[in-house]
Ligand binder design. Structure first.
Ligand code: ASP
Length: 312
């Protein structure tokens, strides 16, 4: 057997949200800063996978980097609710066991994805919400953060803009920045993770697709792992993440065809957004119907690729 054949085979794909990012119209900081954030997250996941670690650890590590980076709408830098608060949602899923953990409306936990992982690993439950979820974090020694730690001036400005235009279409509240990661590890297992602050100006405890297993996040070793970003209500109605997985598993579709089909259905419904997918055989990719999507991919035998606009 050659050394190359012995090398661990792995793939990681991440996203930092889809939206109306057009070349020349994105503030420089959100171009360069976004790319640097994606690279740091990809590096964190890659280090784990190249060392023979698990896809679950890799997606959690990548998301933690993006949650701490204020350029993205997850953890620090999340968007504000109509009441001027920050309420984070996150989910993680293990394709080997189809075990999953999710949280919604988290306000005082620094890395919601690590809390979702703890729900998966350390409880009999899948989905915890609100103060109960933050309470579970404290009971399991997961790092707390003051609500002010999550806030940035740019997200405050975006809330003011939305509140000044209450009749704007609901989707115009969709600001880029939800984060996601999918990976295949050298043991042949896939995992998916997604984290978000949701929609700017959201009210009434609104929760989108990101933390809903099957809507915004899904992983199954028999097919693939998927993380979504975009108009959450449409992704919930279409069951996007599970349907892509089911098409690959039951209909034998390629991840590209399955992802393209679901984005076509999303477009027909008037929804916007994108998906990242990694298959159990190691191919990785994305599909989206917005002008841009922050995204990146690396594999055991190809260098990192980082992109924002649809023409790159
Ligand atoms: N899908 C997220 C939500 O609906 C938002 C986004 O991806 O931009 O909460």
């Amino acid at each position: 057997m050659t050394a190359a054949a012995d090398a661990p085979r792995w793939t990681i794909v991440i996203h930092g949200g889809s939206g109306s990012m057009r070349r020349g119209h994105l503030p420089d900081d959100y171009d360069a800063g976004g790319r640097a954030g994606l690279k740091a997250a990809l590096d964190a996941g890659t280090a784990i996978l190249a060392g023979g670690g698990t896809a679950l650890d890799a997606v959690e590590a990548a998301i933690r980097v993006l949650e701490d980076d204020p350029h993205f709408n997850a953890g620090r830098g999340s968007v504000f609710t109509a009441e001027g608060r920050i309420e984070c949602d996150a989910a993680i899923m293990d394709g080997a066991t189809r075990n999953a953990g999710a949280v919604a409306g988290v306000r005082t936990t620094r890395n919601p994805i690590t809390l979702a992982r703890a729900v998966m690993d350390q409880s009999h439950h899948v989905f915890l919400a609100g103060t109960g979820a933050d309470g579970f974090a404290r009971a399991h020694d997961i790092e707390a953060a003051d609500p002010a730690w999550f806030e940035t001036a740019e997200r405050r400005r975006q809330l003011d803009e939305i509140l000044a235009n209450p009749d704007a279409p609901f989707d115009s509240a969709m600001k880029y920045g939800t984060v996601g990661a999918v990976a295949l590890d050298s043991h042949g297992h896939v995992a998916a993770a997604t984290s978000t602050g949701g929609l700017t100006g959201k009210k009434w405890g609104r929760v989108g697709d990101s933390p809903l297993i099957g809507a915004g996040t899904y992983a199954d070793d028999r097919a693939c792992a998927v993380s979504c970003t975009g108009s959450g209500e449409m992704f919930i109605r279409l069951g996007v993440a599970h349907e892509i997985t089911a098409r690959v598993r039951l209909a034998g579709e390629s991840i590209e065809d399955a992802a393209d089909e679901l984005i076509a259905e999303l477009t027909e419904m008037g929804g916007k957004g994108g998906v990242i997918v990694v298959s159990a055989d190691g191919s990785g990719g994305w599909a989206f119907n917005t002008p841009g999507m922050y995204r990146a991919i690396a594999t055991h035998d190809s260098p990192p690729e980082i992109a924002i606009y649809s023409d790159e």
